[in-house]
Design a protein around this ligand. Structure first.
Ligand SMILES: [Zn+2]
Ligand SMILES: [Zn+2]
Length: 441
């Protein structure tokens, strides 16, 4: 069999464009003071003292990948780590057995959440590096909690640690949100590993659509005229999606597969099922795209005399990520302390975009989801090469720098009222909170 080698012509162009833009890119600057310098240095030192623990998280989870909603050992390992640092965490928080919640600080005042993912992918394990995310969130939270334990007046407000299950293929954060995980929380931050340091990147919203066509079975040779062919309907819908693509905005994506199309060639297929992902850069355009796909499904049913059932969002939808610029500025400032220079938006083409359930958080409260480099620049997420990187010394460095970045960003947020005011104002200017569960109704 011939081994397929897709052309890298376009990818090479994207890489060349990125390299060109990197030469003139200006790392975003923060006009805010953030936390007092001595306090920031003390918190950063606490993170650095956790390096051994964070390496344990990186490697223990890496060697034992668990997929969405099955992350029992990973969640328990993180709970155990917090426990060893004298912090009790609630395992099974907000109705999800593999979710975690812990809090530090008391009283009223600002509240910031630090998020850790820890689910892996089937077959390729930690090819998205969520073992590193687990370490960054836990490390940041422990450092802040221990600072408060030593001096409860070190900084105002509270820090919430959330272990968030099932990002891959699901939308665990939406389930957590609906169960109140972000109630009373003012901002949420996390970091994701990547092939380079990016202050922000486009993340598309994503919905799942299942289209079931029902026809009438008949003998495909003796009485085909008595049948209504559900596979024909699925085939026309698949073709319709293909034709629609030319007219889609460049920020939209549709992927479709046919999961059921009959059982035997001698029977006109009675049932056919098409599964689609619809993605778009904005909630509004994702809603538009959803309507177009419904029309295609209805049209295919009409053409074939079949009936159609349209079922959206077997798992809750993901919204795009709305990035908060003021928080991004503090993340960048913290990364510069670590010798990293996160690239601004637009340096890496937004063509290279996936989705994350953090989007749903970012449309409820201000948030950031920057990327931290742990792999060579040409290694893509969800590949075996990235899984390898997620267990490498670069992953250890990313976990530590990521933890420091999250701890310092959270600290800045809690200590600097001008920063908090800007964060809130930017969120309002971007449209304010969205009623996510009702958005597509
Ligand atoms: Zn992923
Ligand atoms: Zn991921």
């Amino acid at each position: 069999m011939t081994r397929l080698t897709p052309s890298t012509a376009y990818l090479n162009q994207l890489d060349a464009e990125t390299a060109r833009r990197m030469q003139t890119a200006r790392t975003p600057e923060s006009p805010f003071a953030g936390a007092p310098a001595a306090l920031a240095a003390a918190v950063e030192a606490r993170v650095d003292a956790l390096a051994g623990d964070l390496n344990d998280v990186v490697h223990t989870l890496h060697k034992d990948p668990e997929t969405a909603y099955e992350e029992h050992r990973s969640a328990a390992f993180l709970a155990g780590l917090l426990q060893r640092h004298g912090i009790s965490a609630e395992l099974g928080a907000h109705g999800l057995p593999t979710a975690l919640r812990a809090e530090a600080g008391t009283g009223t005042g600002p509240v910031i959440a630090i998020l850790s993912e820890y689910d892996a992918l089937p077959e390729v394990g930690h090819a998205c590096g969520h073992n590193v995310i687990a370490a960054t969130g836990a490390g940041a939270f422990i450092a802040l909690a221990k600072t408060l334990e030593e001096n409860p007046d070190a900084f105002p407000g509270r820090v919430v640690f959330l272990g968030t299950p099932a990002e891959e293929g699901h939308s665990g954060k939406e389930v957590l949100a609906r169960n109140g995980a972000f109630d009373g929380v003012d901002a949420a931050i996390m970091v994701h590993p990547y092939a380079m340091d990016l202050a922000e990147q486009v993340w598309l919203g994503r919905r799942l659509l299942t289209v079931t066509f029902s026809g009438m079975a008949a003998h495909a040779s003796a009485q085909p005229f008595m049948g209504r062919n559900a596979l024909d309907a699925a085939s026309l819908a698949y073709t319709g999606v293909g034709l629609l693509r030319q007219q889609l905005p460049p920020s939209d994506r549709v992927h479709a597969i046919i999961t059921e199309g009959g059982q035997r060639p001698s029977v006109i297929p009675e049932t056919a099922v098409l599964k689609l992902y619809a993605r778009s850069k904005y909630p509004e355009t994702l809603k538009d795209l959803s309507g177009r796909l419904e029309d295609i499904a209805a049209g295919a049913a009409l053409m074939t005399g079949t009936t159609v059932e349209i079922s959206w969002d077997e798992h809750p939808p993901s919204l795009p990520v709305r990035t908060n610029p003021a928080l991004t500025g503090r993340w960048v400032a913290a990364q510069q302390r670590r010798g990293r220079s996160p690239l601004p938006a637009g340096v890496v083409s937004e063509t290279i975009a996936a989705s994350t359930d953090f989007g749903n958080v970012s449309y409820r409260i201000p948030g950031i989801h920057p990327l931290i480099g742990i792999a060579p620049a040409d290694v893509a997420l969800h590949t075996r090469a990235f899984a390898e990187a997620a267990g490498s010394p670069a992953a250890e460095a990313g976990a530590l720098d990521g933890a420091a970045g999250l701890a310092l960003t959270a600290l800045d947020y809690l200590c600097d009222p001008e920063l908090r005011a800007a964060v809130a104002q930017e969120f309002t200017d971007a449209g304010g909170p969205v009623d996510v569960p009702a958005y597509f109704d």
